[in-house]
Design a binder for this molecule. Structure first.
Ligand SMILES: *[C@@H]1O[C@H](CO)[C@@H](O)[C@H](O)[C@H]1NC(C)=O
Ligand SMILES: *[C@@H]1O[C@H](CO)[C@@H](O)[C@H](O)[C@H]1NC(C)=O
Ligand SMILES: *[C@@H]1O[C@H](CO)[C@@H](O)[C@H](O)[C@H]1NC(C)=O
Ligand SMILES: *[C@@H]1O[C@H](CO)[C@@H](O)[C@H](O)[C@H]1NC(C)=O
Ligand SMILES: *[C@@H]1O[C@H](CO)[C@@H](O)[C@H](O)[C@H]1NC(C)=O
Length: 238
C-alpha cells in the first residue's frame, strides 16, 4: 500500500503536460479561419509522448502536414520565423514511422467534411524531457497547407520539408504545470552546434503565449492538482 502510493505519486510528479494554442499565420491569409489546440502529455521520460490535435477552420476533407519546428513562434505569429523542422540529429525528412526522420516529423492528418480534425498520436522521438537539443518544449508547432510527401516525393523540397507548402497556423509548445501557470522547467536557449539549425530560441517564459483561449487548460490544471495531492499524500504516509 505504502509502496504503491509512493510509486503512484512519483509517476505523477514526473509527468509533463504542454499545450499549443494554434493561431493563424499573420504573413498570409491562407489559414485565417484556423483555430485549434494541441496537447502533449508524457508520464515520464521513458514513456512515449501522446499528442492530441483539435483543429477547425481548414478546407473540408483536406490533408495537411504537421510538424514541430525548431524555433519558438514570435508574438507576431510569423510562422515562417519558427525555422525548419525540429531536427536535432541532422537527418533527412521522413514519415513518423521511418527510422530516418526529423524529430518534428509527424506526417499528415485529414479533416472531415466541416474542415475539422481531432487526432491523437504517440511518438517515439518527440519528448518534453531532456536538454534543449532534444527537448520539444518552447518550439513551434506548424500546420501546413498541403500534404507532406514524407520525404518520398521527387522535388528538391521533399527531403527537407516534405513539400507541405505554406504555413497556415502555428503556436508554441508551452509547459502547463499548476494553477498559477508557473513552470518548474527552464529550457536553455538552443545554440548553433550539433547539427540542429538554430541560432536563437526565445527563452522560456518569454515565448509563452497568452493563456486566453486555451480550450482544455482546466483539465491540465486538474491533473496538476491531483499531483499536488499525491505529493502531499506521499509525504503524509512517510
Ligand atoms: C474563411 O471563412 C470565410 C467565411 O466562410 C470564407 O469566406 C473565407 O474564404 C475563409 N478564408 C480562408 C483563408 O479559408
Ligand atoms: C517572417 O519571418 C521570416 C523568417 O525569419 C522573415 O524572413 C520574414 O521577413 C518575416 N516576415 C515578416 C512580415 O516579418
Ligand atoms: C514527380 O512526381 C510527380 C507527382 O507525383 C509525377 O507526376 C512526375 O512524373 C514525377 N517526376 C519524375 C521525374 O519522377
Ligand atoms: C506553481 O509554479 C510556480 C512556478 O514554478 C511555483 O512558484 C509555485 O509554487 C507553484 N504552485 C504550486 C501550487 O505548485
Ligand atoms: C547535416 O547533414 C548534411 C547532409 O547529410 C551534411 O551535409 C551537413 O554537413 C550536416 N550538418 C551538420 C551540422 O552536421
Amino acid at each position: 500500500m505504502l509502496a504503491s502510493s509512493l510509486l503512484f505519486a512519483a509517476a505523477l510528479v514526473n509527468a509533463k503536460t504542454a499545450q499549443v494554442l494554434l493561431k493563424p499565420d499573420t504573413t498570409s491569409n491562407l489559414g485565417a479561419n484556423v483555430t485549434g489546440t494541441i496537447t502533449l502529455e508524457q508520464p515520464d521520460k521513458d514513456t512515449q509522448i501522446k499528442i492530441t490535435l483539435n483543429i477547425a477552420g481548414l478546407a473540408p476533407a483536406s490533408t495537411h502536414g504537421w510538424h514541430v519546428h525548431n524555433l519558438a513562434v514570435p508574438a507576431s505569429q510569423n510562422c515562417t520565423a519558427s525555422g525548419p523542422h525540429f531536427n536535432p540529429m541532422n537527418k533527412t525528412h521522413g514519415a513518423p514511422e521511418d527510422e530516418i526522420r526529423h524529430y518534428g516529423d509527424l506526417g499528415n492528418f485529414v479533416t472531415d467534411a466541416d474542415g475539422k480534425a481531432t487526432v491523437t498520436v504517440t511518438d517515439r522521438l518527440l519528448s518534453l524531457f531532456g536538454e534543449a537539443p532534444v527537448n520539444a518544449l518552447n518550439r513551434g508547432f506548424v500546420i501546413h497547407q498541403n500534404k507532406d510527401d514524407l520525404g518520398k516525393g521527387n522535388t528538391t523540397l521533399s527531403s527537407t520539408t516534405g513539400n507541405a507548402g505554406a504555413r497556415l497556423a502555428c503556436g508554441n509548445i508551452v509547459e502547463v504545470t499548476n494553477s498559477t501557470g508557473g513552470s518548474t522547467t527552464t529550457v536553455p536557449a538552443v545554440t548553433s552546434t550539433q547539427g540542429y539549425v538554430a541560432t536563437t530560441q526565445a527563452s522560456y517564459p518569454s515565448a509563452k503565449p497568452s493563456t486566453t483561449g486555451y480550450g482544455s487548460i482546466s483539465s491540465a490544471i486538474t491533473a496538476s492538482a491531483a499531483l499536488s495531492l499525491a505529493v502531499t499524500f506521499a509525504v503524509f504516509v512517510l
